[in-house]
Design a protein around this ligand. Structure first.
Ligand code: P6P
Length: 339
């Protein structure tokens, strides 16, 4: 069977749907090439001298790993000169990074988490890169943070790479979700699955159970019903997984279904949640919806949340549609009973 490279896939999409402009195609290919470099750096592990802490704290107040800093630099350098971007924003940078004046500017904004789950790096567990593409508002030549504050429905593309046993790129430009596997011998991403679909029902959930005592009552009740299994109101047993790398947990759901939760809890309430809206929740919500799943913050569709700040955090509920609708309904009924 003829293998279809990412480049050929994007050219054929551009020809057939016209939703992909030449600049967007270039942007996706540049990000994919940068992720190949990140994959190589990660794959060298201790041999590359890139494990461990970088010795700095990022805007999130988290200790930066050397690979967090390296991955961020790789994505910045890869995207500066192509003329497809107006600015970039990243989990690792307080403010957006403008395209230097010596390079031409484009019409897109790229926002990314260069290395999600990096606390797993030193224990050799899968990590990933998450990215989201927005349009730069008309007439804006020097974008600032507020120009990135667009609801997730405005995304023109989103994707993640998961650096696992194989390196995969999972991508949507608004017409389904497609998976590419890095062929290390030729150095290209090759199409390995078209139109990923998330089953509407599931018996597998992902959540950090150690936070249970901090959850809101509807979350406590929903998870308790899953744990009661056959003997409980759900009438069937459930299984649990928690990798603590969002990309790895979400990729499992994209592949075989399931639900992922990082709910509001007493520990993260004052920050609004744990996961970041612009470069974790929104790109994953776009991908999940494009694959037939659902994504909310427990009360409303995540893609409709209007961002208030570049590094804003939100609760995340995503995956198999019927379960997400059920747990969201339980939160809304809880709120209604309190008013
Ligand atoms: P916890 C990784 O730090 C991350 O941002 C996500 O990738 C992951 O799902 C979550 O945090 C893990 O959080 O509280 O289980 O360590």
């Amino acid at each position: 069977m003829t293998s279809i490279s990412l480049t050929r896939f994007l050219i054929e999409e551009q020809r057939s749907r016209r939703q992909i402009t030449p600049d967007l195609r270039l942007l996706i290919e540049v990000v994919a090439r940068a992720c190949k470099h990140i994959s190589l750096a990660i794959g060298r592990g201790a041999l590359g001298g890139v494990l461990g802490d970088a010795g700095a704290i990022n805007v999130q107040g988290e200790a930066q790993k050397k690979l967090d800093v390296l991955s961020n630099e790789i994505l910045l350098e890869a995207n500066e000169w192509g003329g497809h971007l107006a600015a970039l924003a990243s989990e690792e940078m307080d403010e957006p990074h403008l395209i230097p004046h010596r390079y031409p500017k484009g019409n897109y904004l790229l926002v990314f988490d260069p290395l999600d789950g990096s606390s797993n790096i030193d224990v050799n567990i899968s990590v990933g890169t998450i990215f989201s593409v927005l349009r730069c508002p008309e007439g804006v030549t020097e974008p600032v943070a507020e120009h990135f504050l667009q609801p997730g429905t405005e995304q023109v593309a989103a994707g993640y790479t998961v650096y696992g046993p194989s390196t995969l790129l999972v991508l949507t430009t608004g017409s389904g979700v497609h998976q590419f596997t890095l062929d290390r011998e030729i150095g290209s991403f090759v199409l390995t699955r078209r139109d990923l679909r998330i089953p509407e029902d599931t018996s597998e959930f992902a959540i950090n159970m150690s936070n249970q005592r901090h959850w809101e009552p509807p979350m406590q009740r929903y998870i308790q019903e899953l744990l009661e299994g056959k003997a409980g109101p759900r009438g069937r047993d459930f299984n649990m997984r928690w990798v603590a790398s969002m990309v790895a947990d979400v990729h499992r759901i994209m592949t075989r279904g399931g639900v992922f939760f990082y709910p509001l809890d007493a520990k993260t309430r004052d920050k609004g949640g744990k996961l970041r809206l612009l470069y974790e929740a929104n790109p994953m919500a776009f991908l999940v919806e494009q694959a037939g799943g659902a994504a909310t913050d427990g009360r409303q569709r995540l893609l409709e949340r209007r961002p208030l700040a570049l590094h804003q955090r939100v609760p995340v509920f995503l995956g198999s549609r019927n379960e997400i609708e059920r747990v969201t309904r339980m939160h809304l009924e809880h709120d209604a009973a309190r008013t």
